[in-house]
Ligand binder design. Sequence first.
Ligand code: B16
Ligand code: MG
Length: 219
Amino acid sequence: MFKAVIFDLDGVIVDTAKYHFEAWNELAKKLGFEITTHQNEQLKGVSRIKSLDIILEWGHIDLTQEQKDILLIQKNKTYLEFINRLDKSDILPEIVNVLNYLKSNNTAIALGSASKNALPILEKLGIKSLFDAIVDGTVVEKAKPNPEVFLKAANKLGVAPKDCIVIEDARAGVEAANSAKMLSVGIGSKEVLSNANYILEDTSKLSEKFLDSLLKNEK
Ligand code: B16
Ligand code: MG
């Protein structure tokens, strides 16, 4: 019987994955190239610092730490401009219903995100109080696919990793959940998330019936 559900943030709770992509692409264009949507899949769930290193490698660009720090600040500034406009309407389909359903079912709820902007985003969306534990990029040292973020979340909830379900939109995040020995539910395409235990095209498919069958371990 599963006792907890750990949610990724960007791309699962809220449609901010597109803003990360736009902000990174704006930066890449200034460096003289563009990031494709296919390449962007490799950036999902990955920390800000690691994402920049990957992008610089794509552009064959070598920078000093000082130069990188400037780019990291610029990227976050662009991203913050996007998320400043966020409100409840940006929460992805079915997420509020699912959170309320889990609450009424006494299933623990945690956030497991690589983002350092997770808290202000949850506050803007008005759903922070629904989470029993929040683990984000400010307290995690090893980026997904390392399982640290999800293991920390399970620990905070006092639930064994094997009793946790993780909902993720990134291949690296699914890998992290699998390494933590948790059940992984991927949100997105089968091609990208082939490593997930279950794959749903988008969050609208997160029905009470689906979750109920997972929680009762009937699937
Ligand atoms: P920030 P998640 C991740 O959040 C994003 O998927 C990834 O694209 C981003 O680079 C990372 O957070 C860091 O975000 O720059 O806001 O600290 O999907 O793990 O919720
Ligand atoms: Mg994500």
